[in-house]
Design a protein around this ligand. Sequence first.
Ligand code: HEM
Length: 481
Amino acid sequence: MIQILTPLLFFIVFLYVFFNVYKNQKSGTISKINLPPGSFGWPFLGETLALLRANWDGVPERFIRERVQKHGSPLVFKTSLLGDRMAVLCGPAGNKFLFGNENKLVAVWWPTPIRKLFGRCLITIRGDEAKWTRKMLLSYLGPDAFATHYAATMDVVTRRHIELHWRGKEEVNVFQTVKLYAFELACHLFMSLEEPNYIAKLGSMFNIVLKGILELPIDFPGTRFYSANKAAAAIRTELMMIIKARRVELEEGKASSSQDLLSHLLTSSDENGRYLTEKEIANNILLLLFAGHDTSAVSITLLIKSLGEHPDVYDKVLKEQLEICKAKEAGELLKWGDIQKMRYSWNVVSEVMRLNPPIVGAFREALVDIEYADYIIPKGWKVYWSAACTHKDAANFEDVTRFDPSRFEGAGPTPFTYVPFGGGPRMCLGKEFARLEVLAFLHNIVTNFKWDLLIPDEKIEYDPMATPVKGLPIRLHPHHV
Ligand code: HEM
């Protein structure tokens, strides 16, 4: 077997190197212009391993810091990551430049593994089509939709989750449990799925997809990307079956067009009367289930960690949440207005996301040759911005490593220094959804329990999202009312 695999692997690597050299030769003029300082690293691998190593060590900002120091250019450097040439724009100036020039100088772009796994969906389309798709998704996921009914639904799902997975337990592995919660909630709200075993089966396939998104796109048995590709295909098959069944239910009047995201997508058209194809719906739901559950699960897990580490902050959060309970009838569900009152709690969540942004950074593509900080970023190059690096720079936050929710009081951080949800026309589409989800969970958990961290100072690694290495085991202490 090894005798066959080794030459095959060498052949694949050779093809990649050849392809990259060819690409470079085609853009031979590049060497004559003033490119940002930096290194493209190894053929094919570029500097990907250094980026991944920094993430696994739990310090994603290290990759950028080391290069800024080495190349002496605080605003921009060049590198090669995940098979593509890239300019990394550092800090608030870079964020402002990229978010303000969407569709003019740059356009959204994600690395090959992500594009291949998710297919044609919001994150892989641009221009008017993307604007229309965003609008359609936002009419279901934006604040207007929330004002009406989501708060109560999220509260119901959260309460049920706590009764099933937390009540009566002495110890809980937070990440595992919360991941299940976030996935169940997304499946419920997006597709009205309820069956726990089916949801668990889909969830385990998503875990395989997650591990393949920040890998070299080598589609070869044994690689993480290969397994992720297979899992994404299997999820898509399941989604297509669900979509077809729903279409029939809608035609027979057994489902309503406002029932959930799936019905909404099947019955909404653009101003020219075009509907999304079933495959496009499957890809967009795949994207939303993915983008919408791991990020929230990570935020909730790290929030529980921070509250365990800072009992004074826990006490203030509990006080705010009990005030909200006091103003309600016993058993009454959360309303949108209650979420708006959770100001201190949201500052705490914001500080958690500052210190550990669930998504470390994102990408754009240069649409033209871009002049930036006296250098040229050639058309077609990819551009990377980093929330982690901006959030953890002492130039942007006083006493930068200290956990201090009060930074978000008043006017809050200087614009473009705090960017966990990105910015500009491609800012996170699920920001309000995430806020509601995290705060509904926080409300229910602090009003029911206090907890101790079983592994104090548990290491956080980014693989690719911030996760405590042992999943954050805690000991629960229920409140006795
Ligand atoms: C704490 C939770 C979350 C964080 C920190 C987060 C962060 C981000 C970031 C950094 C981006 C890239 C923005 C850019 O490139 O400028 C993004 C994009 C996106 N997020 Fe989120 N996200 C969260 C939750 C969610 C949820 C709950 C959903 C869906 C329900 C969602 C859906 C999306 C989508 C669809 C995009 C792509 C938007 C586009 O390209 O137009 N996210 N998110």
